[in-house]
Design a protein around this ligand. Structure first.
Ligand SMILES: Nc1nc2c(ncn2[C@@H]2O[C@H](COP(=O)(O)OP(=O)(O)O)[C@@H](O)[C@H]2O)c(=O)[nH]1
Ligand SMILES: [Mg+2]
Length: 287
């Protein structure tokens, strides 16, 4: 076949989806969920589906039928905006039209003042997914009883509770309400690259730079230690079923550009985290 024939065949067929770095690893999970675009998530008991659809539209301008929506909550500075950017495979400077394709603003002086969605360009294989940078999370110590309901957190397919340390009052309240409103939630321990760095600094000099196996061992230790303390806290509040993912938003972003195995290893549990939330969305939408 000549190259012009190939071109003509490609043009006649449906436009192929852009395959992302993530798609190369968990393409099947993405495609399976894609088929459920158009089916809204199941509402929690006591809330009518139509009411949930309308409320989400009116309060947040959120379309829960045609998009899969994930909420990123957690204290300021835990890296929510950075994580959203890295999952969208852009750096922190990407600005398009001040719309939902912009980069989420990162850093202390550019905090999120309003809850807003970030998406993908049409034709990207994740173009049916919206990541919501949730405003106001963790800006107060004692979220009110109505916080979850007022912010319509139950209308999201899954909540990602991002923290760089342990569980405070805010996180515990979100967990409790998520259980009450039958909404999936995961805990994301971000900035784990910092923990690896401190471990490396403590490594005896005579051992030199770690090789691949030593590096992977250090990473696994970091993940295990970070999880052990959170798991203990979760057990104390009878929430041990909540999954915990230890990640580095920075290293996942680096990996988009470097494609180096080292960056991928150091991004830690980013891929299992995404796979988990996509499956959570699937469970909530598929009958
Ligand atoms: N070391 C490290 N720093 C991070 C990571 N993610 C975010 N940060 C830094 O943490 C700070 C706060 O990030 P930002 O995304 O604005 O947090 P937000 O307030 O939760 O949205 C910024 O200086 C980021 O560069 C990470 O994975 N590793
Ligand atoms: Mg932010």
């Amino acid at each position: 076949m000549s190259s012009t024939t190939v071109l003509r065949v490609a043009a006649a067929a449906a436009v192929p989806l852009m395959v992302s770095v993530l798609g190369n690893i968990i393409g099947n999970t993405i495609n399976r969920l894609r088929g459920w675009r158009g089916t809204p998530p199941r509402p929690p008991r006591g809330i009518l589906l139509q009411e949930m659809i309308t409320d989400a539209q009116q309060a947040l301008n959120m379309n829960i039928e045609n998009y899969i929506n994930f909420a990123f909550c957690g204290p300021q500075n835990s890296g929510k905006s950075t994580l959203i950017n890295s999952l969208r495979e852009i750096d922190d400077t990407g600005v398009y039209n001040n719309n939902e394709l912009d980069a989420a603003r990162v850093g202390e002086t550019q905090t999120t003042r309003e809850t807003r969605p970030y998406g993908f360009i049409e034709g990207h294989e994740l173009d049916f997914v919206r990541y919501w940078d949730h405003a106001g999370c963790g800006t107060f110590d004692h979220p009110t009883e109505n916080y979850f309901r007022q912010n319509l957190l139950y209308a999201f397919d899954c909540i990602l509770l991002v923290t760089a340390s342990g569980l405070g009052e805010y996180e515990r309240t979100i967990l409790e309400h998520a259980r009450r409103f039958e909404t999936d939630v995961v805990i994301v321990i971000n900035k784990a690259d910092d923990r690896v760095q401190s471990k490396l600094r403590r490594r005896p000099r005579h051992l030199g730079q770690p090789d691949v196996n030593a590096r992977r061992l250090i990473i696994q230790e970091t993940i295990d230690e970070a999880k052990a303390s959170i798991t203990e806290e979760l057990r104390n509040i009878q929430q041990e079923q909540v999954p915990v993912f230890v990640v580095s938003a920075h290293k996942w972003r680096d990996y988009q550009f470097s494609h180096s195995e080292e960056d991928k290893d150091l991004s830690m549990e980013i891929v299992p985290m995404i796979e988990y939330i996509l499956n959570a969305a699937f469970r909530r939408r598929a009958p």
